[in-house]
Design a protein around this ligand. Sequence first.
Ligand SMILES: Cc1cc2nc3c(=O)[nH]c(=O)nc-3n(C[C@H](O)[C@H](O)[C@H](O)COP(=O)(O)OP(=O)(O)OC[C@H]3O[C@@H](n4cnc5c(N)ncnc54)[C@H](O)[C@@H]3O)c2cc1C
Length: 474
Amino acid sequence: MKKIAIVGGGITGLTAAYELNKISNLLPEPLEIKLFEKDLIPGGTFRTEKIDGFLIEGGPDSFELYKPAPLELARELGIEDQVIEANEEWHNTFLYINGKLQKIPEGLLGLVPQNLLSLAFCPYLSWKAKFRAATEFFIPPVAQSSEDLSIAEFYKKRFGGEVFENIAEALFGSIYACVPETISLKACWPRGIEMENQYGSLLRGMLKRRRELKKFKNQGKKAASMFKSFKEGMRQLIETLIKAIPKGTIVLKKKVKTIKYDYENKKYILIFENEEKYEAHACIVATAPSYATAEIVRDLDRAIADMLLRIPFASSATVSLAYKKNEFEHPLNGFGFLVPRKEKTTVKASSWSSIKFPGRAPEDGVLIRCFVGNAQEETIVYKSDEEILNAVLADLEKIMRVKTKPLFYRIYRWPNSMPQYTLGHTNRIKFIEEREKLYPGLFLVGNAYRGLGIGDCIVEGRNAAKKAVEQMRL
Ligand SMILES: Cc1cc2nc3c(=O)[nH]c(=O)nc-3n(C[C@H](O)[C@H](O)[C@H](O)COP(=O)(O)OP(=O)(O)OC[C@H]3O[C@@H](n4cnc5c(N)ncnc54)[C@H](O)[C@@H]3O)c2cc1C
C-alpha cells in the first residue's frame, strides 16, 4: 500500500488530508494517509472560544470573498448554509488620524481609490496630495522597471507619499503586520502589477471594475460582502474538516523532529521526538512557521533549510474585550479602525466584532478585538497580560473615548507567527521549489510560501495532495 505522510494539522495540512482521502476513495488501491500534528488540538492558528455568550476569535476571524477556496470547501463539506457575511449595513471603517477617528471614504477602503470624488472629499488629505494622487492616470508603469519593488515604493510612486502615509500604510500594515518598505510587491500585491500592466494605471483599472460592478448591481444582484465567516466561528470549518477525514488519519501529539530520504527505496523517513519512525512514499510538510520547518528538513536538504530561515516572521497579539452594551460609551457605527504608524499608538487596528458579524455577543453585550504588535514594534507581545491590557485600555480611551472596564478580556499572543514576504521573497520560493524537485514526492506548503490568507492555504493543501498522488502514479 502506498503511504503519504502530512506533517502539520493547520488548515493547510487538514485540507491536504481531506483532499487525499477523496482521491484515495477513487483509486483501485486506497492510500494510507497519516497526518502528524504536534499539538493536542488540530487547527493551527484557528482559535474560536465561547465565553458567556460571546464568540471570540483568537486567530483568523474571516475569509475574503475574492479568494473562492474557503467557500468552495464549505460547499463541499455541506456547511455553505453556515457561512455568514459581514454586516454591510455598517460597512464603515475609521482611521485614527490627527487625534480623532475619521471615516475612511468608501471609495478609499480598498488599496486603490475607487473614485476621485472620494479622494476630493477626504478631510485628512491636503489638496496637493489629492492632486498628486489623481495624476496616477498618467504615471508610466513603475513595476516593470525593477527586479522587485517594495509595496511602499510602488504605492508612493503611483499615488504620492501623503496618501501612502495617511491611508495605504495603515491598510497594508493591518493586513500583513508589516513594515511596507520591506515587503515585496511581487509576492504580496501582484494584483497591483497586473492592473498596471493591463490598464496602464491602477485608477483606470479600478474605474473599469466599478463599471462592471454597476452592471452587476443593475441586474438586480446584491454585491456580496468582502468578508465572510461561519455562524459558530472560524473553527467550524476546522471541526467539519476533521469530521470529514477518516478516523485514524490524524495523529495528535506527534511532533516530527526530522525527515530523511531513503534514496534506495525512494521513501521518506519521519523521525518523531520520541525516536519512533514512519516511512512514506510522499511527504507533505505543512508545518508553520517556516523556521520550524527548516529544523525538520535540515537533515534532508541543508540549502532548503537555510533558505527557509531567510523568511522573517513578525509577532503580534489580539486582545478581545467584552463589555455590557448599556455601559459602552461608543456608538460602534462601523467595522472598526486602523491607525497609521505616525500616530504612534500601541493598538494598530481594532475590529468591532459584534458589529462585523452577527452572533459574536449576547443581545446586551459588545465585543471588540484589538491588534497590537507588528514587524516594527514587537516587544509589546512579550509583555505581561496586565501591561498589554493597560496599554490597550489607555489607547481605547484616547481613540474611542471608552473609559468603561471590560467584563473580561482574552489575549492571544502570536510570537514570530506572521510571515513577512520581504523583497526577494519570490526568488527565495523559486529556489526552494527547484530544490524540492530533487526529492520526488516532497511538498513544502503553508502560509510562508505563496500566500498567507486562509484561501491561499486551502489551495496549497489541495494542490499538494493532487501532486502527491500524481507522483505516486509515476
Ligand atoms: C492573529 C491572526 C489573524 C489572522 N487573521 C486572518 C484572517 O482573518 N483571514 C485570513 O485569511 N487569514 C488570517 N490569518 C492568517 C491565517 O490564519 C494563516 O496564514 C493560516 O491559518 C496558516 O495555516 P497553516 O496551516 O499554513 O499554518 P498553521 O495554522 O500555523 O498550522 C501549522 C501546524 O503545524 C504544526 N506543526 C508545527 N511544527 C510541527 C512538527 N514539527 N510536527 C508536527 N506538527 C507541527 C503546528 O502545531 C500547527 O498546527 C491570521 C493569522 C493570525 C496569526
